[in-house]
Write a protein that binds this ligand. Structure first.
Ligand code: ADP
Length: 542
């Protein structure tokens, strides 16, 4: 028997309209590329999204199902694109500004973007490849100063287009399963692949992520969106904040630790997101120059790569700010798990609590996960047995955009993440590695992530990335590349081996160490192990 409830499509427009009805006075604050501060309300956002919808449909000829690219920082105009484009039934394709020219060209041609909205500061990056972009009819410049010139063809200005447009627009009714956004994987493991989000998946993801077990955001929060809007929809925060009525602060290109600390102070930010590299930088800067007044920041949600226990511990001990560890992928919208302590953990000691919080955590409602071993059987939830992490759920993709490759999916409908993990009896998942980053030495697996976390807890080490290198006897051995916290200090391989000896078996401890000025990073700030392996193979890592 069918239920007798209304069909109410879960769309991004429903989020925008709700935000306007329930939280019209809430604020969106942007620190624009030129350093100026812009503030307006959810009510203003709503009006401008309607103006934008008029521009898209009447001036730019965008129709349902068209791809519209954005190549922009985090700010209010990008937020308007997040609602205006899907609102008319088109797809908001956020292009990662940190990819190589070659990858960017591939992505734009592959997705068939018709128009690209580009921040003026980023226009030079697109100029280099514009001649090769086959489908782009025009470029709309955002935040272009007076007299700005570019070689991009067919350019218009965002504000000129919106100027004088009507604030009336009747949103078309949309099927919630229609596409609303697209993001390509950053290509850490091969050519970027397109992930096409639906209105429904985006709505469900946002409404789950705001919950207390997850990002824990409400209409009493001021949220700093550090995760770029060009990467996995800023973890859904631009939708989540409107849905929960949290004020939003958008930093555009002001991502240096000092700029972030300044925003945390001035805007009385209570929650924020970001990859570990960002928070490591903020922590180091705060230690050197502690803020005079206690920050309003209560928690920062971290994912993208493992959050070292030492960082969780340091931030909380020194500044009373909680790090909350989450895991996800472009393919999972992205948030899949989050690690929070439960009531029964209160009696544990601090070290045990930290161990749990440094795990990637339990799955969100709406997501299921399992660990599959090499022989195809499901691993027990014992916190020890490793295997491939597979997930399914309401915001997990079932195929990539325009590819029929099914190797990432199992016959029984699970997505193969490529991460190697364990799940413990309480349901906390822990990533041991990516499949190709695991080190197999003498037939035994060694986790590079565990070694990195341990090395980064050493007081004189800032960053550590561990890769497998070929070895005649053991087939592979770990090599640690480390960055010192202070260039004037030293630490010897012997000291590091002794340090690791406290937690690791002898065979797991790297015997080779290289000291770098900086660990190469990917477009989204993760350790770029592909690059480290390449440097090693070319003999440039000594
Ligand atoms: P790409 O796959 O292109 O690097 P993603 O941002 O989608 O881009 O990366 C997803 C991957 O990042 C995951 O499969 C996992 O390996 C890693 N990852 C994400 N969050 C965490 C985390 N909290 N701890 C460890 N690894 C993580």
């Amino acid at each position: 028997m069918e239920g007798l409830m209304m069909q109410y499509p879960l769309t991004t427009t429903a989020i925008l309209e709700y935000g306007n009805r329930a939280f019209q006075h809430k604020k969106v604050i942007s620190y624009l590329p030129d350093g100026s501060r812009h503030a307006y309300s959810f009510g203003d956002l709503h009006k401008r999204c309607k103006k934008l919808a008029n521009v898209l449909t009447q001036k730019l000829g965008i129709t349902k199902g068209d791809m519209v690219g954005t190549y922009a920082w985090n700010h209010y105009q990008h937020l308007e694109l997040y609602y205006g484009i899907p609102g008319i039934g088109a797809v908001c394709h956020t292009i990662n500004i940190r990819l190589s020219s070659q990858q960017t060209e591939f992505i734009i041609n592959h997705s068939e973007d018709k128009v690209i909205f580009v921040d003026a500061t980023l226009a030079p990056l697109l100029e280099k490849i514009a001649a090769q972009l086959e489908t782009v009819e025009c470029y709309v410049l955002i935040n272009a100063p007076e007299g700005f010139s570019t070689t991009l063809p067919n350019t218009m200005h965002y504000e000129d287009l919106l100027e004088g447009q009507s604030e009336e627009f009747e949103w078309p009714s949309l099927d919630e399963n229609q596409a609303c956004g697209m993001c390509y994987t950053s290509g850490t493991t091969g050519l970027p692949k397109g992930v096409l989000y639906s209105h429904r998946s985006t709505y469900l993801h946002a409404s789950t992520v705001l919950a207390p077990n997850a990002a824990n955001c409400s209409n009493r929060d001021v949220v700093l969106l550090i995760v770029p809007q060009f990467h996995v929809m800023a973890w859904g925060f631009p939708y989540m904040c409107v849905l929960t009525g949290a004020d939003m602060v958008m930093p555009s290109l002001h991502l240096q630790p000092e700029a972030i600390i300044d925003m945390l102070q001035k805007e009385k930010i209570t929650k924020a997101n970001g990859v570990p590299t960002i928070w490591l930088g903020v922590y180091e800067a705060m230690k050197k120059n502690p803020p005079k007044e206690k920050l309003a920041l209560q928690e920062y949600l971290v994912g993208g790569s493992a959050l070292p226990a030492s960082l969780i511990d340091g931030f909380e001990r020194d500044f009373g700010i909680r790090g909350v560890h989450a895991w996800g992928m472009t393919e999972t919208s992205p948030l899949g798990t989050v690690s929070r302590l439960q009531r029964k953990h209160a009696q544990l000691g601090q070290k045990e609590q930290l161990e749990i919080r440094a795990k990637q955590g339990t799955e969100f409602p709406g997501i299921e996960m399992r660990i599959v071993m090499d022989d195809g059987s499901i691993a027990p939830r014992d916190g020890k047995t490793m295997g491939e992490l597979q997930v399914k759920g309401a915001w997990v993709l079932h195929s990539y955009f325009k590819t029929h490759n099914q190797e990432n999916f199992t016959k029984d409908g699970w997505f193969r993440t490529g991460d190697v993990s364990t799940i413990d009896a309480d349901g906390y998942m822990q990533i041991t590695d990516r499949t190709k980053d695991l080190i197999k030495s003498g037939g035994e697996w060694i986790s590079s992530v565990a070694l990195e976390s341990a090395l980064m807890s050493h007081p004189r080490i800032k960053e550590a990335a561990v890769i497998a290198i070929p070895d005649a006897t053991w087939s592979e051995r770990p090599l640690a590349s480390v960055v010192l916290a202070d260039k004037n200090e030293t630490v010897t391989p012997k000291e590091l081996m002794e340090f690791l000896g406290r937690d690791f078996a002898k065979y797991q401890i790297p015997d080779q160490y290289v000291f770098l000025g900086e660990v190469p990073k990917t477009s989204v700030g993760k350790f770029n192990k592909k690059e480290i392996r390449r440097l090693y193979a070319e003999g440039k890592l000594t």
